[in-house]
Ligand binder design. Structure first.
Ligand code: NAD
Length: 438
């Protein structure tokens, strides 16, 4: 099929490249010229495992092309995926201006039937606003043309986006017309996972309900972790035992310094706001969000309780991205924890396998903050090592070497990546989250 994808971010580019990989012809419209130049050259502007190889392969096969011009995208195909950003407004609601812009400009350009598909995460009933906008702009052009708006939320995770897109747990499609249903059925016909057809509002709601539920699981286990620390229990075993219960499931029960990223923080706030607008008090989610907000300060308090005063102390930081296998630092816990540590007067040496460039753009190196060559360079002469992201590289680190390089062999592990017993056997003081801290 011929497909147009608007927006070449984590979701849009993955969608485009994967649809091309599955044999479709895809045109990507991206407004940032520099990104388009890189992409035409086979380079992905961010780090996502496997994506660049697939891009190069599909460029070679002539199945994917890039443009800054929406007019070319609208001309190219009847099937247009909207994958632009939906960031957070100051009041917590979703800023839908990028989505509105695509709807408006498409309506100004279209000369035949179009199916606009929302892949961006949007509040329930956004499809109605897209529809109204398209109708208005068609009307002022004096045109009456058939079009549809559908919802097809994306559930991929950064770090495993390609796998998640190609092998999803389920596909959700919200449609209003038989025509749009048939187009999307054809597009997804080779996928073997369950495909759930709904109305657009239900589909839009499924995405927000799913993300908020996952965030709730993490905040829940984080509270259990706090209790474990008080009573001398081990949250890792509590989570493991809970996870074997099929009704609970094993995923998203890892205690730590909280969730971040470009989705959960904004999506949960948008969901709360949406409920409020409808007169529904979803205070459960407000608490989930509050618990998460507290994690950064709690972690810094833990570091202080371990080290005493942080003034003038050299601390090594491993991990800046909001999760492993991505260079994305949007709403990462590191962005909250590092300013708190600097305020306490600590000297920080940071290391992340992929996210250092993004971090440097916000925090250029200076007197109290420097960037390390590698993870061992970061720990040289440090009074403690703080772990903020669970990169595999850190899990596999040579901790004997780490111990030798540090001034004081102390690890405060915000992601529980090590077995406390094994680390302590090496003569390292180890403090995790919700584990027995000796
Ligand atoms: P992103 O910010 O990485 O990418 C958005 C892209 O759209 C940018 O490159 C931007 O320049 C481009 N853009 C904006 N307006 C445009 C226009 N008018 N024409 C052409 N290009 C335009 O965002 P993302 O992380 O890919 O997320 C996109 C949407 O998908 C959001 O709604 C997000 O909540 C949702 N989502 C994200 C993830 C994720 O893991 N990142 C997962 C599921 C859903």
């Amino acid at each position: 099929m011929r497909i147009t994808v608007v927006g070449a971010g984590y979701v849009g580019l993955t969608t485009a490249v994967c649809f091309a990989h599955l044999g479709n012809e895809v045109m990507v419209v991206e407004k940032v010229q520099k990104k388009v130049e890189l992409l035409k050259d086979g380079r992905v502007p961010f780090y996502e495992p496997g994506l660049e190889d697939l891009l190069v392969e599909n460029l070679r096969k002539g199945r994917i092309s890039f443009t800054t011009q929406l007019s070319e995208g609208v001309e190219f195909s009847d099937l247009i995926f909207i994958c632009v950003g939906t960031p957070q407004n100051p009041d917590g609601s979703a800023d839908l201006s990028q989505v509105e812009e695509v709807a408006k400009e498409t309506a100004k350009l279209m000369n035949s039937y179009k199916l606009l598909v929302e892949k961006s995460t949007v509040p329930v009933n956004t499809h109605k606003l897209i529809k109204r906008t398209v109708e208005r702009y068609l009307k002022i052009r004096g045109k009456s043309m058939e079009f549809d708006v559908a919802s097809n939320p994306e559930f991929l995770r950064e770090g495993s986006a390609v796998q998640d897109f190609l092998y999803p747990d389920r596909i959700v499609i919200g449609v209003e017309s038989q025509r749009s249903r048939e187009i999307l059925q054809e597009l997804y016909k080779d996928f073997t996972c369950p495909i759930i057809f709904t109305d657009p509002a239900t589909s839009e709601l499924i995405k927000h309900a799913s993300n908020s539920f996952l965030a709730m699981k993490i905040s829940y286990i984080n509270m259990v972790a706090d209790l474990c620390e008080k009573v001398g229990a081990d949250v890792r075993l509590v989570a493991e035992a809970m996870g074997y219960d099929k009704r609970i499931g094993r995923e998203f029960l890892r205690a730590g310094i909280g969730w971040g990223g470009s989705c959960f923080p904004k999506d949960i706030k948008a969901f709360i706001r949406m409920a409020e607008d409808q007169g529904v008090d979803f205070s459960l989610l407000k608490e989930v969000d509050k618990i998460n907000t507290r994690r950064a300060q709690q972690f810094v308090d833990k570091v202080k309780s371990v080290i005493w005063s942080l003034r003038g102390k050299s601390l090594a930081i491993w991990g800046l991205s909001f999760k492993p296998n991505t260079d994305d630092i949007r709403e990462a816990p590191s962005l909250k924890i590092i300013p708190l540590l600097l305020k306490e007067g600590a000297f920080l040496k940071l290391y992340d396998p992929k996210a250092m460039d993004n971090f440097k753009a916000l925090y250029p190196p200076g007197k109290d903050l420097t960037y390390a060559e590698d993870m061992y360079d970061a720990v040289k002469d440090a009074s403690a090592l703080l772990i903020l992201t669970e990169w595999r590289e850190f899990e596999e680190a040579d901790l004997k070497k780490v111990k030798e390089l540090m001034e004081l062999p102390i690890i405060v592990d915000g992601r529980n990546i090590y077995d406390p017993k094994k680390v302590r056997e090496l003569g390292i003081e180890y403090y995790g989250i919700g584990v027995l801290n000796l």
